[in-house]
Design a protein around this ligand. Sequence first.
Ligand code: COA
Length: 416
Amino acid sequence: MSKPLEGIKIIDFTHVQAGPACTQLLAWFGADVIKVERPGSGDVTRTQLRDIPDVDALYFTMLNSNKKSLTLDTKKPEGKEVLEKLIKESDVMVENFGPGALDRMGFPWQYIKELNPKMILASVKGFSDGHHYDDLKVYENVAQCAGGAASTTGFWDGPPTISAAALGDSNTGMHLAIGILTALIGRDKTGKGQKVAVSMQDSVLNLCRVKLRDQQRLDRLGYLEEYPQYPHGEFSDVVPRGGNAGGGGQPGWVLKCKGWETDPNSYIYFTIQGHAWAPICRAIGKPEWIEDANYNTATARQPHIFDIFKTIEEWLADKTKFEAVDILRKFDIPCAPVLTMKELANDPSLRESGTITEVAHKERGSYLTVGSPIKFSDMKPEITASPLLGEHTDEVLKSLGYSSAQIANLHQQQAV
Ligand code: COA
């Protein structure tokens, strides 16, 4: 099956998560992604949090599938020469080094553009160029704090809280992928490449858009009616942490189900959608609430919303999270069980759709990974194993015109 990005050659100068998540996605869709790694060590995630001695860690294998690996010390003259050749014949170069690293290596944007005016240089940094923190190195949690997610996540009586979802890393990588594809379409029209830059702070903030909405509502009104602090608690002048409250116009909460005393994930998320009030009342056995003036509008419910959730929990007490959802789905109530990683790993629907997929790896055997969350009618991305360190060095050098003797010489010069 031909893939839409076939023929697009990408120099993948990325490491850890933000950059690799971006290039992995492009590789699934057919791009020829060549990961450039330091000889001897490679991407640091190859050795981080290993579960099998001397074998690439899952941290690496789950973010670098479908790629090739070329080892190259790009600070040595012969490594620079190879990189220059690669730049001349590639479409995109993606990097997420610390600020200024590419310039110090001798590859500022001006030079890359000179080597290949059609090149798209895609960069991830913690903060955008010109920002007063643009010299900082940044990891996931730092970005979640800088982008507004941490101050608005968690409970009001606890500290700012980090989300397990990689809002700083993978999310930034997804933004970068959109930028690269846009620049590729732009290049088709102009014939020229360009630099695409995405900061982790901006990408987190983009996902916290509704919290900036709330800040402006708070500035104007002094309260936020959908937060648990309303109407009995107090608001300061900044958006508070709202626990598990629904973020939009529909109140919701995480509710206990049968077995919660021993199973920390025996919960469902329950949403009280305004127009679904009557079905909710019928589902939980409270038909008398349908017309009751204390309950029949969102405004009437809000002052005692936690009493309503408590009543729903009483109804849930003899139902598992799966049984509860099976009943509620018949009433068209937006809800879901709180699923664990173990449950997701074994979910037959996710296996069937390819969202959870098993990949064969030369050294570690098979492992699970998250496949493409984007589904196409005419293409099913096939997920292949991540490359071993330097697995494709000779193949890539040959394709650049190096002879066997030159390749052997390069290996010697590049040896660590
Ligand atoms: N050959 C020779 N040198 C190489 C190389 C190669 N193949 N690959 C990398 N290097 C060098 C870089 O040029 C850099 O050199 P210099 O800083 O001495 O000039 C050096 O390796 C270290 O790179 P750096 O990216 O700064 O690594 P770090 O481990 O100190 O920092 C991060 C890691 C993630 C904090 C940093 O890269 C960063 O802030 N990146 C941008 C934001 C980001 O993507 N963060 C999320 C990661 S998930």
